[in-house]
Design a binder for this molecule. Structure first.
Ligand code: SF4
Length: 356
């Protein structure tokens, strides 16, 4: 069946100009053009570009602007600049000869792991796997590899290349790489897998099993954000144009700001220590709720239940000695009193104006 993959790849794609007339320079140009660009687009430009710059020397001796002008229609001009830099480096530092090892190839400006492996495998027909998103995807599906997409999977593929390549061992590195790339473009796409038509369907573990090929390669799970509901009692006690409040300390949210007495009525976060728990009779205090207000801070979705009490009622409902809060009256028209935004909003709900 692998024969069918290779045969299909030869039949359909041997006419690609960079495969029809092979050279390391042609492989370098085509691989750089094909990054983030479809084969169809590259086909419109490759032959023309090679006519203008038929070899490394012709590319190395012109300016960046001239190369970019010939790159028009391909976009991502950084690739054009890198390609020229690579040509200059090979011509000037290596006497125009491509190096023959992965490590030396990676020293060429703009040539990373992928392009160096592509030059080895497809340009030189040496044992290497040019791991791009296509090959990651196909290998993960073929062998149901559970490693997460990205560096982990790439490392796994490099480390296990020999074993993974066993089903392909009678084929050349060039054939393996090119046919898998073709498969990734045509049948085994990121969001579509045409398994019934795929030449590898009989060897493919994803196609054979009950899993969906589209679930491979495994994606990193986005960490679910922790969130909590919090119901707070906001107690408004006024005295003339003053309101009972306390200054928040350094360990509290919004430290230094003034807040009206606030107690926890309910929360899904048992560890929350920002406010004291209301330990009095809930039904009694809830009967006094005038209005409520929704707010949020960090991971908490807060429902603020606003009550208006006299000082005596407040002291009757709450054991102030246990709260360890320094409640005092603060003038609402003193601009040195910095009430918190929620305090402003709670007061506004009761039509109490803060004029500071
Ligand atoms: S059989 Fe399906 S999942 Fe497997 S390589 Fe082919 S298209 Fe991809």
């Amino acid at each position: 069946m692998n024969n069918q993959l290779i045969k299909w790849s030869h039949k359909e794609f041997d006419e690609l100009p960079w495969r029809k007339k092979r050279s390391l320079y042609g492989t370098l140009v085509s691989e750089i053009m094909l990054q983030q660009t479809t084969v169809a687009t590259v086909l419109k430009h490759y032959d023309r570009f090679l006519k203008v710059f038929p070899n490394l020397e012709s590319l190395a001796r012109v300016s960046e602007e001239e190369v970019c002008a010939q790159w028009q229609g391909l976009g991502y001009y950084r690739r054009a600049r890198n390609l020229r830099k690579a040509a200059v480096y090979i011509v000037e530092e290596l006497a125009g000869e491509f190096p023959l090892t992965l490590e030396e190839l990676k020293k060429i400006p703009g040539v990373g792991d992928y392009t160096a492996s592509a030059l080895l495998a497809m340009g030189m027909n040496k044992k290497a796997l040019a791991i791009d998103a296509n090959i990651e995807r196909i290998m993960a599906r073929l062998f149901l590899i559970e490693e997460e997409k990205g560096p982990k999977l790439q490392k796994f593929l490099q480390a296990n290349y020999e074993d993974l390549a066993i089903p392909f061992k009678k084929f050349s590195p060039r054939e393996i790489n090119e046919s898998l790339m073709d498969l990734g473009r045509v049948y085994c796409q990121a969001k579509r897998a045409d398994c019934p038509l795929c030449p590898l369907r009989k060897e493919c573990k994803a196609a054979e099993s009950s899993v969906s090929p589209l679930d491979y390669p495994r994606q990193k799970q986005a960490k679910k954000k922790e969130s909590h509901d919090l119901e707070l009692l906001r107690v408004i006690v006024t005295h003339g144009h003053k309101v009972l409040a306390y200054e928040k300390n350094d360990k509290e949210w919004l430290s230094g700001q003034l807040e009206v007495p606030t107690l926890i009525l309910r929360t899904t976060d048992k560890k929350l220590a920002q406010y004291p728990l209301f330990e009095g009779p809930k039904d009694r205090v809830e009967r006094r709720v005038i209005t409520s207000l929704k707010t949020a801070i960090t991971k908490y979705k807060i429902k603020n239940q606003i009550v208006m009490l006299t000082k005596a009622e407040f002291e009757d409902l709450v054991d102030l000695k246990n709260l360890n809060k320094n409640y005092k009256y603060y003038a609402l028209n003193d601009e040195t009193n910095h009430f918190s935004t929620t305090t402003h909003k709670c007061l506004a709900k009761l039509n109490i104006k803060v004029t500071s």
